[in-house]
Design a protein around this ligand. Structure first.
Ligand code: ADP
Ligand code: MG
Length: 616
């Protein structure tokens, strides 16, 4: 569960047997099975609530849908597991109950109070998530749910648990149902806004690859906590809606562990990350049990078997059933597209007012830097300078420490000694995302994109640090957020068109050829409006002919766009052809530096590097 449902889906997707019957019949059968299995498996939690009412309680179903959307945000987008979500619902319900029954506030204020309290509780629950993931986070959140149920809510302030609190409503059933539907609509709109703005892109990128997220200027800690807080706020609302629907809650009912597990099942069965499908799953789950009482002893067995069958055939849940027919063809692995257009054709944005004036002619200065991994000295007192407006090469055999030096500059590894200055200012204590926001962009040897996201989304993601709007503006899609997103979308379309990648725009980056991924990566780097562009073996994965194109584009970067480049490259002719100055690293140490023609004649370099390359 390290990255939520994603890994599960991929593994099972690979193992899925080929269809022998028509996929449409298969899907219909699976859907029927699922619709029966789901309520069977979870029928236990609900009928005892139903008994209190003489109608179907759609309001409770809607509250459950809001709860499922809340967990979907956390699990489906941000990839964080929560097995204690009922504890957050309970926070919202108790807060709203206390506000309305004891302080005699109107229900609307009570619900708002529930939202705020649950968001605050969720912030605290999210703190361990900064360090823990997968199984460990699951355990922590289970414990949170149990602590809420058996300790906190048993306090005398909460009527010693079993006595619980009442949640007066003040409006009739029909009006309340309308209120619930409007709240579901509100949550829907907020969730849509999350997906459409930098919030959703940050959640999904952090989930997939934290290093890539940081390289685009995303503060990983902040967005992990934000996912918990927003999800917690929605869960608090769901809890309050639930509470005011059933009028009375206590520490056992209905917010217990089985509700938490039910929510996880709903999200997985609906399809993690798929809002509509998750809501449909919640509503089916709520409506059907009332029709199947009497099956109890066997309900779990039947439900479990049905669930296994559906999840193994359709790992992406109901959403998969809905979209099975219209999935785009996979793979466009054609190496003809390995060419970047002349860079002035790309809509490269300007960096918003630079933080510091240049205090030195050198954009970047690395001074006596040491990086150790245990006993290994990967970078051994290396120093180099990158003057503004130049292309500087960094070469050396495999394992020389080149990528590690990049990681040290971009902040992905801590340095054990030395200093790193950017624009004359020491940056070694800044976080990686802070360095990115200073205008330091880097590519990765293994392609630094969010590979589960589409090409289009990666271009939008790349503009993350240029967005001037705040979180609230994004959640409500206020004018500045809407305007910025339109601007980003236009720039994205222009970039995709300049690359000639219109056909690939909505394809996950993972499905592109190596060369195409490289092109998208470099183009995305430019969308961050960098001053310093650090490229780690950009020609790797490209067709040999593309190297010539790359050389021209590197010169574009310097001459047409006025950017500064630090280049790691194994293609030595390319380095000698484009670089103004070259550093040679071997076993963590700088063994030579100079202009390209001096480097190519240097005996130490020939021994360490060219010798190895020739013999290999
Ligand atoms: P290069 O990019 O020049 O090929 P690297 O910087 O990737 O070399 O690696 C330098 C050395 O540091 C290698 O011996 C590599 O195994 C080691 N190394 C790199 N990253 C790590 C890490 N995260 N943990 C432990 N060792 C590492
Ligand atoms: Mg490397």
């Amino acid at each position: 569960m390290a990255d939520g449902a994603g890994s599960l889906q991929r593994v099972q997707g690979v193992a899925a047997p080929p269809h022998r019957i028509s996929p449409r019949v298969g899907n219909a059968a699976t859907a029927a099975l699922l619709f029966v299995a789901l309520p069977l498996l979870t029928s236990h939690a609900m009928p005892r609530l139903l008994q209190q009412h003489d109608y179907l309680n759609l309001d409770v179903g809607v509250a459950l849908a809001v709860a499922a959307v809340s967990l979907n945000l956390l699990l489906g987008y941000a990839g964080q597991i929560s097995l204690g979500h009922a504890g957050l619902l309970a926070s919202g319900a108790f807060a709203s109950g206390i506000a309305t029954s004891r302080w005699h506030l109107p229900m609307a204020l009570g619900m708002l109070f529930g939202v705020v309290v649950a968001a605050a509780v969720s912030f605290v629950v999210g703190l361990p998530a900064l360090r823990l993931r997968g199984l460990y986070l699951a355990i922590v959140t289970v414990i949170f749910g149990l602590v809420m149920q058996y300790s906190v809510l048993e306090g005398s302030f909460f009527s010693s648990g079993s006595a619980g609190v009442t949640l007066p409503r003040g409006i009739d059933n029909a009006t309340y149902l309308v209120v619930c539907l409007l709240l579901l609509l509100l949550v829907w709109v907020i969730d849509v806004n999350i997906v459409r703005t930098r919030l959703g892109r940050a959640f999904r990128t952090v989930r997939e690859n934290e290093a890539v997220a940081q390289s685009f200027g995303i503060n990983v800690t902040r967005y992990k906590l934000l996912a918990f807080v927003v999800s917690g706020a929605m869960a608090g609302l769901a809890g309050a809606m639930f509470g005011h629907a059933i009028l009375h809650v206590n520490n056992e009912k209905p917010f217990d562990l089985s509700l938490s597990l039910t929510l996880v099942i709903l999200v997985i069965v609906g399809g993690a990350g798929r809002r509509l499908a998750v809501i449909i799953a919640a509503l089916i789950f709520w409506l059907l049990p009332s029709f199947i009482s009497g099956l109890h002893a066997w309900a779990y067995v039947l439900g479990a078997v049905g669930l296994m069958l559906t999840v193994s055939r359709h790992p992406e849940g109901i959403a998969d059933l809905l979209s099975h027919q219209r999935r785009p063809a996979v793979g466009a692995g054609d190496d003809d597209d390995d060419e970047l257009p002349a860079l002035p054709q790309l809509p490269v944005p300007d960096r918003p007012v630079t933080v510091d004036a240049l205090r030195s002619d050198n954009l970047l200065e690395v001074e006596d830097v040491v990086v150790r991994f245990g006993g290994l000295q990967a970078v051994d007192h290396a120093s180099l300078v990158v003057p503004a407006g130049k292309i500087i090469g960094l070469i050396g055999p495999n394992g020389a420490g080149k990528s590690t030096l990049f990681n040290a500059v971009s902040g992905l590894v801590r340095i054990d000694a030395g200093r790193i200055r950017y624009r004359g200012r020491e940056i070694q204590s800044l976080r990686s995302d802070e360095r990115a926001r200073l205008g330091i962009a880097r590519s990765f040897q293994q392609v630094g994109l969010a590979k589960d996201l589409s090409v289009r989304d990666n271009f939008l993601l790349a503009q993350h640090q240029l967005a001037p709007y705040g979180d609230i503006e994004a959640l409500l899609m206020l004018p500045r957020a809407a305007r910025t997103e339109r601007e980003f979308a236009t720039r994205t379309d222009q970039a995709i068109e300049a690359l000639g990648f219109q056909q690939l725009a909505d394809m996950p980056v993972r499905n592109l050829s190596g060369g195409q991924q490289r092109i998208v990566e470099i183009a995305c780097l430019l969308m961050t409006a960098p001053d310093l562009v650090m490229l780690d073996e950009p020609s790797a994965g490209m067709a040999p002919a593309a190297a010539e194109n790359l050389a021209a584009r590197l010169r574009d970067l310097r001459d047409a766009l006025g950017r500064t480049v630090l280049l790691i490259e194994h293609n030595v002719p390319l380095v000698l052809d484009t670089c103004d100055y070259v550093y040679v690293l071997d076993a963590g140490r700088l063994i030579a530096q100079g202009e390209p023609r001096d480097i190519s004649a240097d005996q130490k370099v020939i021994d360490a590097y060219f010798g190895a390359a020739v013999s290999a």
